[in-house]
Design a protein around this ligand. Structure first.
Ligand SMILES: Cc1cc2nc3c(=O)[nH]c(=O)nc-3n(C[C@H](O)[C@H](O)[C@H](O)COP(=O)(O)OP(=O)(O)OC[C@H]3O[C@@H](n4cnc5c(N)ncnc54)[C@H](O)[C@@H]3O)c2cc1C
Length: 557
């Protein structure tokens, strides 16, 4: 879909006028683009880095109701999340998979076990399925034999779901593009174009018309009385792909900023005061051999009573997460701190003391930032995780929320700008999250489990991926479950600009292989270099960039 000529082709269409510009290529922007394409809007998305390179590849990978939100009395958020989880489980098979959980209650927990029992009952009622059960000590050990006996009292079994967050973003984006939308990575919005308007929106009493000029802030307004105010009518974009320094001004009837933790930077340009608090959350990844789990385990951290999640994911064990104020300007690439690593390790040694785990067992790490509305609460974890919408001078900002609720956020955002898009159909309240897949039987000859995985990740392209595979490439890059064939397909047709796009987001080798897959680099090169059309010098440069990034951002500390 995004082959070698795709960037030029998208770039050549940017002088046309659009209905909608979306800034930000994480799950929120992808979801908005998807819904807009469904409505037949002419829409384009710009992402300053790689698609999903922000928070949306750095989550805990859960598609979940969020039990802990119930504790903070965020019942609506939990209800919506449970509802969306159920949709995603149904429509995202192979990409969104059920995940059995054990919740372990220890002596001295800040929240007594029965409270979670009430929460889980509500959880199941919301999903209309009875899926949880309580267990005594012996029962818990049957489920998770490695759990500590010391101070362990009892617990629950329940179900949530997990995904590959970056692949979810890509699947949503690809579906939007298939329906006619445009999406460009490494395209930074450097400025908002504004134009004076009279009594916006058009078509209402007293409205006037304005013709925008070519430069930022220039416009000629028609005659008529009325208040003149500034309205965002487009964006100035810079191409950040290697070897290019192109810029262009792109116009649209509506501009939506889905820039997550960067939203205040964009709002600043229309004089919005800073309203976001930026929190960092980090994870550690251990090889499964060090902590082999068949189900996720959650419990309260002994130091501060925050929930910790330990889950099997893509052949590794994920431990997360922290929730601390991020004191410097948000960046897509950041590293876990020593204190965070120690906090997460302390949770492991508390719950699994007999395994003797230490920081030396950690394979990789991942840190991300989230935006929450700053209400000044002393404990960052008490700030609401609900998403916000702000409409300021025609710039609609959508920030916060969860990976799980992306469809809901997208629909709410599009309803908020409906007045500016007359003549387009109304959004229904339901509809699909993801497109239906071709029947499984139509996919090339691969074993059923693999077929489902590929269909979930690559949607309608799964069969093309299988057909493109060369002999031996339908095998896993062990211990990661990703296939060599996925590398070939992604390099060929998934908009890879840098090597880290391929190894950190199209497939997740940066966290699922030891040393980020450095030992496999020759095999990776053999497949990826010709597909990407890079000469040796460019390959060496990209490999060096990947090595540096892995050490700086993904290595254990
Ligand atoms: C540690 C952690 C764990 C989490 N775990 C979960 C979980 O398990 N389940 C769940 O449902 N949710 C989870 N969340 C929440 C979820 O990950 C986020 O809500 C979601 O990913 C935010 O998506 P987004 O698209 O709004 O932001 P992002 O993914 O950050 O996307 C915003 C994008 O905007 C781009 N951008 C910024 N400025 C510009 C510009 N000027 N021009 C072009 N592009 C620009 C950025 O590069 C970025 O890619 C977690 C969050 C964190 C931090």
């Amino acid at each position: 879909m995004w082959n070698q000529t795709w960037r030029e082709s998208v770039w050549s269409q940017l002088s046309e006028e659009f209905d909608l510009i979306v800034i930000g290529g994480g799950i929120t922007g992808a979801g908005i683009l998807r819904e807009a394409a469904r409505l037949g809007l002419k829409a384009v998305l710009f992402e300053q880095g790689d698609f999903a390179s922000g928070t949306s590849s750095r989550s805990s990978k859960l598609v979940h109701g969020g039990l802990r939100y119930l504790k903070n009395a965020q019942v609506k958020l939990t209800w919506e999340s449970v509802h969306e989880r159920e949709h995603l489980l149904k429509e995202g098979r192979g990409l969104v998979t059920p995940l059995p959980f054990v919740m372990a209650n220890f002596r001295g927990d800040k929240t007594p076990g029965w409270v979670f029992g009430v929460g889980l009952t509500m959880y199941d009622i919301m999903a209309l399925k009875w899926n949880h059960a309580s267990y005594d000590l012996n029962g818990l050990h049957d489920l998770v034999p490695q759990l500590s006996s010391q101070d362990l009292l009892s617990g629950f079994r329940y179900f949530d779901a997990q995904t590959d967050d970056a692949r979810l973003v890509l699947r949503v984006l690809q579906e939007a593009v298939k329906d006619g939308a445009l999406a460009l990575n490494y395209a930074r919005v450097e400025g908002l174009l504004t134009c004076g308007t009279l009594d916006w929106p058009p078509g209402q009493a007293g409205a006037g018309t304005c013709t925008c000029g070519t430069g930022a802030g220039t416009c000629t307004c028609g005659t008529g009385a009325g208040k003149t105010r500034s309205h965002v009518t487009g964006v100035a974009v810079r191409d950040l792909a290697p070897g290019s320094d192109k810029t262009i001004e792109v116009r649209a009837r509506v501009v939506i900023s889905a820039t997550g933790a960067w939203a205040d930077e964009m709002r600043n340009q229309v004089a919005g005061r800073a309203r976001l608090r930026i929190l960092r959350g980090s994870h550690l990844f251990l090889p499964q051999s060090k902590l082999p789990l068949t189900r996720a385990v959650t419990f309260l951290h002994p130091a501060d009573g925050r929930p910790v999640y330990i889950l099997p994911w893509e052949g590794v064990t994920l431990v997360g997460t922290t929730d601390v104020d991020h004191e410097t300007a948000p960046s897509t690439d950041l590293h876990i701190s020593r204190a965070e690593s120690e906090y997460l390790m302390a949770s492991l040694t508390y719950a699994f003391p007999a395994l003797g785990l230490s920081l030396a067992d950690v394979q990789s790490s991942l840190a991300g930032v989230r935006a929450v509305v700053d209400t000044g609460k002393a404990d960052p974890s008490k700030e609401s995780r609900e998403f916000v919408l702000w409409n300021e001078s025609g710039l609609l900002t959508v920030s916060g929320g969860k990976l799980t609720t992306f469809r809901l956020m997208a629909q709410t955002a599009l309803r908020a700008v409906r007045a500016f898009l007359p003549g387009h159909p109304r959004l229904g309240s339901e509809g699909r999250v993801l497109d239906p897949l071709p029947p499984e039987s139509s996919l090339c000859d691969v074993p059923p489990e693999l077929r489902l995985r590929l269909m979930g990740r690559y949607g309608a392209e799964a069969c093309n991926l299988v057909e493109a595979a060369q002999p031996g490439e339908l095998t896993a890059i062990a211990p990661s479950p990703s296939l060599w064939a996925e590398l070939r397909w992604a390099a060929r047709s998934e908009g890879v600009v840098h090597l880290d796009d391929l190894l950190a987001r199209r497939v997740r080798l940066n966290i699922t292989l030891p040393e980020g897959g450095m030992d496999e680099m020759e095999g990776i090169r053999k497949i990826a270099q010709p597909e990407l059309g890079w000469n040796d010098a460019r390959w060496e440069q990209e490999a060096a960039r990947y090595r540096r990034m892995w050490k700086e951002f993904y290595s254990p500390i």
